[in-house]
Design a protein around this ligand. Structure first.
Ligand SMILES: Cc1cc2nc3c(=O)[nH]c(=O)nc-3n(C[C@H](O)[C@H](O)[C@H](O)COP(=O)(O)OP(=O)(O)OC[C@H]3O[C@@H](n4cnc5c(N)ncnc54)[C@H](O)[C@@H]3O)c2cc1C
Length: 415
């Protein structure tokens, strides 16, 4: 680890520790409080699971609900790259993403989580885009990220099985990592349960009503649940935020196809973001392959995506997409001839219109708290910490101020 990184990591740990001290000093958490707070979290993706863990860690009674299973939404169909790269704009969002990376390191140590930190290598095919990448990396460096441009020979030393032909400039982001979002979400849920949190799957939240005593009655297909506060970590389902938080979150949700293979021998150290395709290899040896541009925009594909499925309707269509992504991946990565595809998933991105997270109370109901975001894998650890802090201490965390729901949502073209 470089000196600069070691200092940053130390500062971050101090910041976390400082946050926790005020929490531990809070009478609501010391056991002397008359009544333990009960917070219901709707949505057990990686974001909801992290919030559940952090709340439970600080003594809150938590019930985590999901209409399906833990990590069955975007946190299943995701590429799961933890990063604070050039795409994280503007500067405050980049800084927030950097904190997101740091927070995963802390949480990894705290819970012994399987996260692979191998950095990323990225390049484009077009000369103009490459030029822009070089400019973006200079900006990254100014913002304290140890990213750099390396040449193809240097890149080959990092990833000997990658074909860098045509890559004159390669952006290296050494702090990036990747995880298995289903495994990590389940570990967070289980850590929360060990601390007393309750998880209910196959439980659809249909409405939230105000009780006369100021509490919330969360109406679900598994019965009514009374709570002090409700968190909506409902991912791409904007209708849940509208119905439960009375807030029309300006959101678009784009689809991405993810292919996951059976375990393979070691092929990649880090994340590869090559023209048209991105690839990483999980700790268990599985390759995860994602697409840059999306599937060819044919009428048939568009029709198939109506109704937001998370899988293709037939094994043949799944196999066709797997072949398409494997062919792209083979252009850049030497793989064995026989690669068995384990899963082809369609993921739906929770994407607020301006590309930035929405974190904070609903403008229409201050007891209902919204946590919806893209790059939720990169951000889940820090978001869990900060949201728990706001909900418990009733403070406004400055880090979250740019992401409140009552902002003006300009349209940004992302993902
Ligand atoms: C193709 C693709 C690639 C991506 N790549 C990356 C990446 O490389 N790095 C990165 O950081 N991010 C990436 N993302 C984004 C990231 O995956 C998401 O931001 C993150 O998974 C969101 O997690 P979440 O917990 O908020 O939402 P989800 O995982 O979608 O969880 C929301 C849950 O809420 C439940 N729910 C909704 N409404 C209700 C209700 N009324 N009652 C009960 N349950 C309800 C759903 O069932 C769901 O399980 C990608 C996303 C996609 C689709």
């Amino acid at each position: 680890m470089s000196d600069q990184l070691a200092i940053r990591r130390r500062r971050f740990s101090q910041w976390l520790a400082a946050s926790s001290i005020s929490l531990l000093a809070n009478p609501a958490l010391s056991g002397s409080a008359p009544k333990q707070k009960h917070i219901v979290i709707v949505g057990a993706g990686i974001v909801g699971s992290s919030i559940a863990y952090h709340l439970a860690k600080w003594g809150v009674k938590v019930t985590l609900l999901d209409r399906n299973t833990v990590a069955s939404g975007a946190s299943h169909g995701t590429f799961a790259w933890i990063n604070a790269t050039w795409a994280k704009q503007p500067e405050h969002y980049h800084a927030f993403s950097q904190t997101g990376v740091d927070a995963w390191h802390e949480l990894q140590t705290e819970l012994d989580l399987p996260i692979k930190w191998g950095g990323s290598l990225e390049w484009f095919s077009s000369a103009s885009r490459q030029q822009q990448l070089a400019t973006d990396i200079i900006e990254q460096q100014k913002w304290g990220e140890p990213a750099q441009i390396i040449d193809a020979a240097e890149a080959l030393k990092r990833e000997p099985l990658v074909n860098f032909t045509g890559a004159s400039l390669v952006a290296e982001s050494p702090r990036d990592g990747a995880l298995d979002p289903v495994v990590i979400s389940k570990l967070l849920v289980s850590a929360a349960e060990t601390l007393g949190s309750k998880t209910i799957e196959a439980c659809d939240v249909v409405n939230i009503q105000n009780a006369p005593d100021g509490q919330k009655v969360v109406q679900t297909t598994c019965g009514d649940i009374t709570a002090d506060r409700v968190v909506l970590a409902t991912g791409a389902d904007s209708s849940s935020v509208a119905r439960l938080g009375r807030f029309e979150l300006p959101q678009r949700s784009t689809a991405g196809v993810i292919v996951i293979t059976d375990p393979l021998p070691p092929l990649l150290n880090g994340i590869l973001v090559a023209p048209g395709v991105h690839i990483h290899q999980r700790i268990d040896g599985r390759l995860v392959i994602g697409e840059q541009e999306g599937a060819p925009d044919t009428e048939a594909h568009r029709a198939r995506l109506m109704g937001r499925p998370t899988a293709f309707p037939t094994a043949d269509i799944s196999a066709e997409h797997a072949r398409r992504l494997l062919t792209l991946a083979r252009q850049y990565l030497q793989m064995p001839d026989k690669v068995v595809v384990n899963e082809v998933v369609i993921g739906w991105r929770p994407l607020p219109l301006d590309g930035l997270p929405v974190i904070g109370p609903s403008p229409e109901d201050s007891d209902t708290y919204i946590a919806v975001m893209h790059s939720g894998v990169s951000l889940a650890a820090v978001v869990g910490h900060l949201v728990a802090r706001e909900l418990i201490d009733g403070v406004d965390m400055a880090e979250l101020s740019p992401y409140r729901a009552n902002r003006v949502f300009a349209s940004a073209n992302r993902y």
